[in-house]
Design a protein around this ligand. Structure first.
Ligand SMILES: [Zn+2]
Length: 143
């Protein structure tokens, strides 16, 4: 009878879940750090670490922090180390930040367009625009 209902099984679910999340996050961070370290010397192992980190994330519903996720290749699952197996370029006027995996060529894009109505950004940009104005209007005497 006491085996059937298992009344205590879910009582501490909230606590258990947060403990699981803490451990999962920790392990994901360790695995990705290891994956980065191994990205050059042992690609196979690096991919395995990334795979494990992703699996922990899936099972525990703990997200891989975006700062770490940025440096995981979607194409071949290797950890990306800028300057070693990844190329980072900034195309400010169209695609934004582009991270290219040099192993398989997969590209990740992170747009850098300022959010509309972001006052902080407008303030940052305005003085620069004012400064460049005299140069662009140099040859026009119409206005
Ligand atoms: Zn790749």
């Amino acid at each position: 009878m006491s085996f059937m209902g298992r009344p205590t099984a879910r009582r501490n679910y909230g606590k258990t879940r947060s403990a699981v999340a803490t451990i999962a996050r920790e392990r994901i961070e360790i695995l990705i750090a290891q994956a980065k370290e191994m990205a050059e010397t042992d690609k196979k192992l690096s991919r395995r670490y990334v795979d494990l980190a992703r699996r922990i994330s899936e099972r525990t519903k703990v997200r891989i922090p975006s700062e770490l996720k940025k440096y995981l290749c979607k194409g071949c699952a290797i950890a990306l180390v800028p300057g070693r197996n990844a190329r980072i370029r900034l195309y400010a006027h169209n695609s934004g930040i582009v991270i290219t995996c040099l192993e398989c060529g997969t590209m990740k894009r992170f747009p850098v367009k300022p959010r509309r109505g972001s006052p902080a950004l407008q303030h940052a940009i305005k003085p620069y625009i004012a400064q460049t104005e005299p140069f662009s209007k140099k040859n026009s005497t119409n206005d």
